[in-house]
Design a protein around this ligand. Structure first.
Ligand code: H2U
Ligand code: ZN
Length: 350
């Protein structure tokens, strides 16, 4: 079934992960309360002497940040994984003397964690940046991916924005965790994309993008090189998927023109989120590029945006109850969410 207009409960399949999401559009009879004017994460100082990411300040490690004026990255002082040499000293798995060792399987993991300061300005956000500033952030993403990809199986570029997403510091920053294993999400997406490619001879997300561009229902915005959709299988209320309009393995494959177009569409999308909730909309966003460095024609580079907000700046969706125990569920249909985001773009542009 692909009936998107259905007001009856149904399940939708996510071809990228193989999972299902339950949609209950009849529950959205409750009226949309509109945005609540409340700035949940705002700060208005450009330099905070106590911020560990501001230029010239000393971090918890005792290291001093340079007086950087453009996007700048450093090794995370509290990395979740250690670089291969350091981790070698640690035994891969403490031997478990169990009757069923298969019940206690572990493996070693190494890698490198980076922190990316998007700007020296403590109070700005990606959504408030000029296209030029955004291009500089994109260049840093590209450089970092270029450097890390040859050494690590999976390079996860991401950003948690806002206290609601557990972000400890409002200073605009992202992170990269480059690891020497294929994490769960990467593994699911690789399996699904490989299977689609071998039966259709086309990347799954290319087939999907072309269909969405034809249907238009869930397209939020698009330009020459990029398309943003609320995916058919979206779980988070205003979740979006950002797709290039040709097959690209990873961020380091972006041409200059594609980087410029990315800056433009990011500004529109992030502006739409902020405008929709009249706040600096919290989110987790991240890039999924192909694992490893070998050419991956089956894989399509994409970014996921997961804002947790539901009806206002203070009402968030929680993944609890049925969702933790059975499967993800949403009320607002992806089609309605896409329409709201499109409206937010057009009213924000006025
Ligand atoms: P959040 O995006 O979750 O706020 O994390 C910021 C990262 O910055 C976090 O991973 C690192 C933390 O380990 N950090 C440093 O590397 N040095 C510091 O002095 C404090 C925080
Ligand atoms: Zn700062």
């Amino acid at each position: 079934m692909t009936d998107t207009g259905s007001q009856r409960p149904h399940r939708r399949h996510n071809p990228l992960t193989g999972e299902w999401v339950m949609v209950s559009p009849q529950r959205t009879q409750r009226p949309w309360q509109g945005a609540v004017s409340e700035n949940v994460t705002g700060t208005d100082v450009s330099f905070d002497p106590s911020c560990y990411l501001c230029p010239g300040n000393t971090r918890a490690s005792g290291e001093c940040n340079p007086d950087y004026t453009a996007p700048w990255a450093f090794d995370n002082d509290f990395p979740a994984v250690l670089v291969p040499d350091e981790s070698k000293a640690v035994p891969a798995s403490a031997a478990v003397s169990a009757v069923h060792p298969a019940l206690f399987t572990s493996q070693s993991i190494s890698g490198r964690c980076r922190v990316l300061c998007y700007s020296p300005d403590h109070q700005t956000t990606l959504s408030a940046m000029t296209e030029n500033e955004l291009r500089a952030v994109i260049r840093l993403w590209v450089q970092e991916v270029q450097t890390l990809r040859p050494h690590h199986r999976w390079v996860q570029v991401f950003e948690n924005r806002g206290e609601m997403m557990g972000c400890s510091n409002p200073h605009p920053h992202g992170q990269i965790w480059a690891v020497d294993a294929l994490p769960n999400e990467a593994n699911k997406e690789a399996t699904q994309q490989q299977a689609w490619y071998s039966s259709h001879n086309m990347p799954l997300l290319e087939s999907y993008r072309i269909e969405e561009e034809r249907l238009r229902e869930r397209v939020v915005t698009a330009n020459t090189h990029w398309t943003v959709v609320v995916p058919y299988w979206a779980v988070w209320p205003f979740e979006t998927l950002l797709l290039p309009r040709r097959q690209i393995d990873h961020l380091d494959g972006l041409e200059a023109e594609e980087q410029a177009a990315l800056a433009s569409i990011l500004q529109i999308l992030l502006g739409a989120y902020d405008h929709l909730f009249t706040t600096r909309c919290p989110y987790t966003m991240g890039w999924h590029g192909a694992p490893g460095v070998e050419p991956a024609p089956y894989w399509q580079l994409h970014a996921h945006f997961y804002p947790p907000l539901l009806r206002s700046a203070t009402v968030r969706k929680h993944m609890v109850g049925y969702e933790m125990l059975s499967e993800a569920q949403r009320d607002l249909s992806p089609e309605v969410a896409a329409e709201r985001l499109r409206q937010s773009i057009s009213s924000g542009a006025k």
